[in-house]
Design a protein around this ligand. Structure first.
Ligand code: PLP
Length: 405
């Protein structure tokens, strides 16, 4: 039996999502821009998906721009707003936080290097939270966009988005949030969050990979980053991936249903796992704020253990987890998120992310908590003996470098 506890990296596609996608792939081949019957059939599927995604966000369908995923949505928001604001009203200052996903961090730093725009990175406290006061201190009348993530992919911490957006608006700038790790896990209402742009990605909530959306409040203007046809109301060119969008819509409906019914199964499993680890493994510490958190994520440091070694030991025992962010796999660099929280490098390098999903159950949680104390103590002993001069150093395998999640 294999156990998958890495749902922040990606989730398995729900059966009804897969059925909708395969039926669309086989039967709805028309180009949604075509006016004839086949085109209109495809367009109908896209319209349904747009309505479902809009409902997940408490938004209007016309405000949803479909993209190839979270990365493109983040790029479109920051580049699109940044470029337009720089040319129309000379606002050339971007603000983000130190714990963003690379889709935001690298977009901001790349824009800064290419254009000379000022870029400010907000710190976080030891709980992984951005302070609204610190935003108020650095924002100015040249700021075009502030981008702070809704929920963090490594520790799950939820940011004070409303407060941050209010400060941003008070200086005439726009607020974007990367909601890739929040969408489908917690209720989102773009109106009450008071944001201007919000990114989501289907594969984080049981939809297909390679499809996502940028929600943009009505009236917000930005430059498209892909030029071509007039798709997505001239906001994102390119023939739509109809089967993926149809699947995205079904995943959004499923997620919406779970959220509306207040289903707490995943949170209960996460808490059971977390509590039992803390009770049974000495030297285990939870990273990040425990209350302001998405319900499926826990990030735990195991003192005196190399996280990569624990990840591999767990994998050999049939359990898939992650060391914080997958981008750090294979390199022994602690994650930029844990570093920004001020964790020591040894604590950062000993941290494992467990992220649960719809397909998990209690017996999987119990299986992991049964094997973990022994694995941790074995790795601690190995480490100790490798430090003793008379012993040979054990070989520690490293995982291949992967993309970020
Ligand atoms: N933003 C966050 C917070 C993420 O966790 C991810 C995941 O990889 C992304 C953006 C990128 O999304 P995608 O994989 O759809 O490009």
């Amino acid at each position: 039996m294999r156990i998958y506890f890495d749902h922040n990296a990606t989730t398995p596609v729900e059966p009804s999502v897969a059925e909708t996608m395969s039926s669309a792939l086989v039967s709805t081949f028309g180009n949604p821009s075509s006016v004839h019957h086949f085109g209109q059939q495809a367009k109908k599927l896209i319209d349904e998906a747009r309505t479902a995604v809009a409902e997940l966000l408490g938004a209007r369908p016309s405000e949803v721009v479909f993209t190839s995923g979270g990365t493109e949505s983040d790029n479109l928001a920051i580049r699109g707003v940044g470029e337009l604001a720089a040319t129309t009203n000379h606002r050339c200052h971007l603000i983000t936080s130190a714990i963003e996903h690379d889709a935001v961090l690298k977009t901001v730093t790349t824009l800064g290097k290419r254009t000379g725009w000022r870029c400010t990175t907000l710190p976080v406290n030891n709980q992984g939270l951005v302070s609204p006061k610190q935003l108020a201190d650095v924002i100015d009348d040249e700021t075009s966009i502030v981008s702070v993530m809704h929920a963090n992919n490594e520790i799950g911490t939820i940011q004070p988005i409303r407060e941050l957006a209010a400060i941003t608006h008070s200086r005439g700038a726009l607020f974007h949030t990367d909601s890739v790790q929040a969408a489908g896990k917690i209720a989102i209402d773009v109106k009450s969050l008071d944001v201007d742009l919000l990114s989501i990605s289907a594969h984080k909530f049981n939809g297909p990979k390679g499809v996502g959306a940028l929600w943009t409040k009505r009236g917000i203007r930005f430059n498209p980053i892909l030029t071509g046809g007039g798709h997505e109301r001239h906001r994102r060119a390119g023939t739509e991936n109809v089967p993926a969008l149809a699947g995205f819509g079904v995943a959004a409906k499923l997620a919406m249903r779970k959220i509306e019914t207040g289903d707490s199964t995943i949170q209960n499993l996460r808490d059971r796992l977390e509590n039992s680890i803390i009770e049974t493994v000495p030297g285990a510490t939870i990273n990040g704020n425990r209350d302001l958190r998405v319900p499926n994520t826990t990030n735990i440091s195991f003192e005196g253990v190399e996280a990569e070694s624990l990840l591999i030991a767990l994998d050999l025992d049939g359990v898939s987890v992650s060391t914080g962010s997958a981008c750090s796999s294979g390199s022994l660099e602690p994650s930029h998120v844990l570093r920004a929280m001020g964790l020591s490098s040894s604590r950062g390098q000993s941290s494992i992310r467990f992220s649960l999903g719809l397909d998990n159950n209690e017996s999987e949680v119990d299986q992991v908590t049964r094997i973990l104390p022994t694995l941790v103590s074995r790795l601690r002993n190995l480490r100790q003996s490798s430090r003793m001069p008379a012993h040979d150093s054990p070989t520690v395998a490293t995982a291949p470098v992967k993309g970020t999640d």
